[in-house]
Design a protein around this ligand. Structure first.
Ligand code: 5GP
Length: 113
């Protein structure tokens, strides 16, 4: 079953895309929790972070390298930012398509809720 993120990749629903390369797509979250709130997804569907153990180091490494690059392109390197990956029900994952949240532009609180 297609998720909302499959539909964004397919261009079936609009998104404010900030970055795309051969393996990831990054777009602004529709309900931002910080002045900068961008989601990074792999173009090949992975449902959850917990599935990454089945993937090659190159695939996993490439994903995280792209997340780091997107954050830099958003101008967040100097002030810092937070990466969040919710996994499964207790982790608060709502969309069953792996995504890294990049949150920045304000001081983050700890511990998370
Ligand atoms: P999760 O809770 O699964 O980690 O995060 C899902 C995120 O997707 C939420 O922050 C939510 O605001 C965002 N989201 C849900 N539907 C859409 C949509 O149609 N477009 C965009 N850009 N973001 C969405």
């Amino acid at each position: 079953m297609d998720t909302i993120f499959d539909k964004i990749i397919a261009g079936e629903i609009p998104a404010d895309i900030v970055y795309k390369d051969e393996s990831v797509l990054a777009f602004r979250d529709i309900n931002p929790q910080a002045p900068v709130h961008v989601l990074v997804i792999p173009l090949t569907r992975v449902e959850r972070f917990s599935e990454l153990k089945e993937q090659s180091g190159d695939q996993v490494g490439s994903f995280f390298k792209s997340v780091s690059k997107v954050a830099a392109e958003l101008g967040l390197d100097e002030a810092g930012y937070r990466i969040v990956i919710n996994n499964g029900s207790d982790g608060g994952q709502e969309v069953e398509y792996l995504h890294a949240h990049i949150l920045g532009g304000r001081k983050m609180a700890w511990p998370p809720g």
